[in-house]
Design a protein around this ligand. Structure first.
Ligand code: PLP
Length: 457
């Protein structure tokens, strides 16, 4: 039965005309579409003015928090000055200023910034740049990329060849050729007797197997989102840097989520102290007040494109849009001025301790992540790590948890692209008050979920 609220005009129009992404549209025949109308700090409000704690920063985006009039104003001011001009062979002050600012924050010699409108475009650009770079370098056979199983790198056909989620790939095959996958850093489920160091070595083996003269790039997130915030083991990225150098393979750090303070540093590569050749980013760059992404490239990789007739034959009309660039600059100003990254560094242990305290619930198998990017893996039996079946996981997440958490006022992610997980990634201005609020909702709901699923204490 559709509730009376669901018959509101917005509900009807959304049902009829709006195609929500990654959504089972049929589910909305039975339930209300969540229509979010405004936001303030860590909270958003729906069409009934019900308040929700945005424990997901609107899909890992709104790092500075909702409702910042100063950031909106920066966009409005820029619109009056120059509403739009393109970066296709032209420049404008906001793009120049933002590229300079990003270069000053990015690690090492990552000094050249190619703007995009979002994350998939940034990944697509990096994969294309890697191919063209090696053609210019006289190694035209280098075109393959190595990514990790379960990782999400975007949905455009090129980026999808890096994405390691079968259910997202299958409907669109054949994909761009050359995508190869190795195991993710799932330390919780590392088979007995297998050392964590084997995870980096899997990349070396795969490069050898494919033939180093065919491999262009390795693409990895600092902390892998899909599967539930898989962190790297000690020394992982340092070893991968060595492997890439040995085989002349580019290391792309996909920081669509992990940059701009999410892990307590400007970039995830800073947190784990490695030097990528390319960083791809989006989301938190503007705290999503306007859509903008970027590919940040090392001087070495940009070099072949700087002389003679060479040009990166690739671009997007809207990329580097002046309004988006002005908004991103205002966002970076706010993150810096308000010492938001320092806040994440001091808040992380408190956030983590709250999540760890849930381990007494029989359904909580693992707690993992970094910064304000954390996950809880749900299991049938925490002692044996027994997993739910696919049908149980579907019924747990879609039949109960996602709806119940939302009903109680918490927006988070209940996902099973790997094992079932709850992911929390609040705005970076969140603190003890929000962590306590998250616990007050999560604890009873996960307790109920455990009972429903017959989890063993
Ligand atoms: C690591 C990573 N790469 C790429 C993307 C794709 O970004 P977008 O949805 O902006 O295209 C995402 C999106 O969540 C992501 O998390």
């Amino acid at each position: 039965m559709v509730s009376t609220e669901a018959t509101s005009t917005l509900q009807q129009l959304a049902r009829r005309h709006l195609w929500m992404h990654f959504a089972r549209l049929s589910a909305y025949e039975e339930q209300e579409i969540p229509i979010i109308v405004r936001g303030e700090g860590c909270y958003v409000y729906d069409e009934h003015d019900k308040r929700y704690l945005d424990g997901l920063s609107a899909l890992f985006c709104v790092n500075i928090g909702h409702g910042r009039a100063d950031i909106a104003q920066a966009g409005a001011d820029q619109a009056k000055q120059l509403g739009f001009f393109t970066n296709w062979s032209y420049a404008h002050p906001p793009a120049i200023e933002l590229a300079t600012r990003i270069a000053s924050l990015a690690p090492g010699d990552l000094n050249r910034v190619f703007f995009t409108s979002g994350g998939s475009e940034a990944v697509e650009s990096a994969l294309k740049l890697a191919r063209q770079y090696f053609k210019l370098a006289g190694k035209p056979r280098k075109h393959k990329l190595i990514a990790r199983e379960t990782a999400y790198h975007g949905t455009s056909l090129g980026a999808l060849s890096a994405t390691g989620i079968t259910a997202l790939r299958e409907p669109f095959e054949p994909l761009a050729p050359g995508g190869c996958h190795v195991p993710a850093t799932n330390l919780y489920r590392l088979p007995e007797g297998v050392p964590a160091s084997s995870l980096a070595e899997a990349i070396a083996h795969r490069i050898a197997f494919e033939g180093p003269d065919t491999v262009a790039a390795v693409i990895l997130e600092p902390v892998q989102n899909a599967g539930g915030c898989f962190t790297p083991p000690e020394g992982y990225f340092q070893r991968i840097r060595e492997i890439c150098d040995e085989h002349d393979v580019l290391l792309i750090s996909d920081e669509v989520i992990c940059a701009w303070g999410r892990l307590g540093e400007w970039f995830g590569a800073d947190r784990y102290q490695y030097q990528p050749d390319i960083i791809t980013t989006a989301k938190g760059l503007s705290s999503a007040y306007a859509p903008i992404g970027a590919m940040i490239v090392s001087d070495r990789v940009a070099e072949p494109f700087l002389s003679g007739a060479a040009s990166f034959t690739h671009g997007f009309t809207f990329a580097g849009h002046p309004i988006c660039a002005a908004v991103a600059l205002a966002n970076l100003d706010a993150l810096e001025r308000e010492r938001v990254l320092e806040g994440v560094r001091s808040g992380e242990p408190v956030f983590r301790a709250m999540l760890e305290s849930l381990r007494d619930l029989p359904i909580v198998g693992d707690v993992r992540g970094a910064g304000y990017f954390q996950a809880i893996e749900l299991v049938k039996d925490a002692r044996t790590k027994e997993s739910f079946t696919a049908a149980e996981s579907d019924s747990l997440l879609r039949g109960f948890l996602a709806g119940e958490l939302y009903r109680r006022g918490l927006i988070c992610r209940a996902d099973d692209r790997g094992e079932p997980v709850i992911q929390l990634s609040p705005p970076l201005i969140a603190g003890p008050e929000q962590f306590a609020e998250i616990e007050a909702i999560l604890r009873p709901v996960l307790g109920d979920a455990g009972e429903r699923m017959g989890c063993k204490a």
